[in-house]
Design a protein around this ligand. Structure first.
Ligand SMILES: O=C(O)CCC(=O)C(=O)O
Length: 251
């Protein structure tokens, strides 16, 4: 890892690493995902539960039981644990956080994202701090592309530098999505970049980086594995959903 990669992360709020997962790792992860989907093994989140625009309205509706996230990835299989503690991921995170004492959260972003071609929905613009309750908003997510990720199958889009921008509560709607009906927000969204990834590529991104992702318009489900990490001295607020399960120390 070079200093330029670290600087790019701090400057833009995200940084890619190409080919971090080798073919053998990807094959093992794909096989474990397949085991988790046929039949779908709990805990999982369905499209009808995310409540995004266009999602099936209930579990009973057509597509309502389409998996959106296989939750608790870390506990599901040894391959997921090995990936979450991959020495290169850990060493990059230590460099980004500037400490040895980092932890992996077993809450929320500890999942396999599944984006189904027929029933998946767009995720609106947001910062991941909408999900988290921590002392400070210093968290980093690590997103592994299991297959190719492109605009047409719902790849991530990011706003470079948005992790450092001050935004008032009024920039967001009731559900903490970035409002797309405000001129100043629309001007910022013009600077969006799509993050195209090849299988095995990884995106590190700051929990304050504004991002979104489209619907999957292809005929293949897209799978991504995502974990979130933090420093030991930045703890989840007790009794919130960020503190529900123990964090895993990585030193
Ligand atoms: O794949 C997607 O739809 C985006 C997921 C996402 O941004 C999130 O869960 O925070």
């Amino acid at each position: 890892m070079d200093q330029a990669w670290i600087d790019a992360f701090h400057e833009t709020g995200f940084a890619k690493v190409e080919g971090l997962a080798d073919d053998e790792t990807l094959a093992a992860i794909k096989s474990a995902i397949s085991d988790g989907l046929r039949p779908p093994l709990a805990p999982l989140e369905y499209e009808s539960e995310v409540g995004y625009p266009g999602a099936p309205g209930s579990l009973a509706e057509a597509g309502g039981r389409t998996p959106r996230r296989l939750l608790q990835a870390f506990a599901r299989d040894r391959v997921f644990r090995d990936w979450g503690m991959h020495p290169e991921i850990v060493s990059r995170l230590k460099a980004l956080f500037g400490t040895e004492r980092i932890m992996l959260s077993q809450n929320h972003h500890n999942c396999i994202m599944t984006k189904n071609p027929r029933f998946s929905t767009r995720t609106g613009w947001h910062r991941d701090m909408r999900y988290w309750c921590f002392d400070r908003s210093e968290l980093i997510s690590v997103w592994l592309a299991i297959g190719p990720e492109r605009e047409e199958n719902g790849a991530l889009q990011v706003i470079p530098g948005s992790h450092q921008m001050k935004m008032g509560r009024g920039s967001y709607d009731a559900n903490l999505f970035f409002r797309e009906d405000l001129d100043e927000n629309l001007a910022l969204l013009e600077t969006a970049q799509t993050v195209s990834l090849e299988p095995g590529d990884v995106l590190f991104f700051d929990a304050l980086t504004l991002h979104a992702a489209g619907k999957n318009m292809t005929d293949q489900t897209k799978y991504s594995l995502v974990y979130t990490y933090h420093r030991e001295d930045n703890q989840p607020i007790p009794e919130t959903k960020s503190a529900r399960y123990e964090d895993i120390p990585l030193w």
